[in-house]
Design a protein around this ligand. Structure first.
Ligand SMILES: [Zn+2]
Ligand SMILES: [Zn+2]
Length: 237
């Protein structure tokens, strides 16, 4: 009996049940996407008024600071605050599908708002993990996120387009320029493109170094335009 109850509690806590708000657990009237009640949806830390190019709120929209970035636009609907860091951590773990679903739904809304009809990228390229980290985690949360969005928006995913050439340890103390230097050359592209418009998909963007390294790689391999789609925007200090 006890284990049964524990199982139900676990299920309630970790798996979004259709009809319940995934954050506060209140009943929803009808199907919501993301599965949140109006109150929780409003309470999310939305990354509004951010620079179209890099997704930072600190930049005015006509910022020239990021004119040299290799990617064209950044879609990052949420700030790395409130419940978002926990959702991101959970989405990296086994059983984190409900949280990945929430992040994907928030991202899909922002994507639909950002592009005029028929101008979406043709292919989604998830940022790959190093084999070492993939082995630790068992799945790449960026690929799961990309697949969910692709299904919603009817786009293609190429999970094998990019490969991480070397393991880049997380170095929180690194300055932003050091992060860029650390990431350059970290990826290689395994296919040729023919002027395609692609979107790099990741869960969280911090300095933008990973996004820039992947975009450079894809442009060199023949893409005409690379956009960045990430669920949350953090800012490195
Ligand atoms: Zn709620
Ligand atoms: Zn900017």
């Amino acid at each position: 009996m006890h284990t049964h109850l524990t199982k139900i509690r676990k299920y309630l806590a970790h798996d979004a049940i259709p009809g319940l708000c995934a954050w506060c657990g209140k009943w929803l009237h009808g199907a919501a996407k993301p599965a949140l009640c109006p109150h929780c949806l409003r309470a999310l830390p939305w990354n509004t008024g951010a620079c179209r190019r890099c997704g930072r709120r600190e930049h005015p929209d006509d910022s020239t600071q990021c004119a040299a970035l290799p990617f064209e636009i950044t879609i990052s609907p949420l700030l790395y605050q409130g419940p978002i860091p926990q959702w991101i951590v959970r989405s990296k773990r086994r059983g984190g599908l409900p949280e990945t679903r929430l992040l994907a739904d928030c991202l899909a809304i922002a994507i639909s708002d950002a592009y005029p009809a028929n101008q979406l990228p043709e292919v989604l390229v998830p940022v790959p993990l190093s084999w070492r980290r993939l082995l630790q985690r068992g799945h790449n949360q960026a690929l799961v996120l990309a697949s969910m969005i692709a299904r919603q928006l009817n786009l293609l995913v190429d999970p094998r387009a990019l490969r991480r050439q070397r393991h880049t340890p997380i170095q929180p103390g690194l300055s932003e320029s050091a992060r860029y230097a650390n990431m350059s050359g970290a990826f290689c592209c395994r296919r040729h493109w023919h002027g395609d418009h692609v979107a790099v998909v990741d869960d969280v963007m911090t300095s933008g170094a990973t996004a820039a390294a992947t975009a450079n790689c894809l442009l060199q391999a023949g893409c005409a335009r690379v956009d960045v789609w990430c669920a949350a925007r953090a800012v490195s200090s």
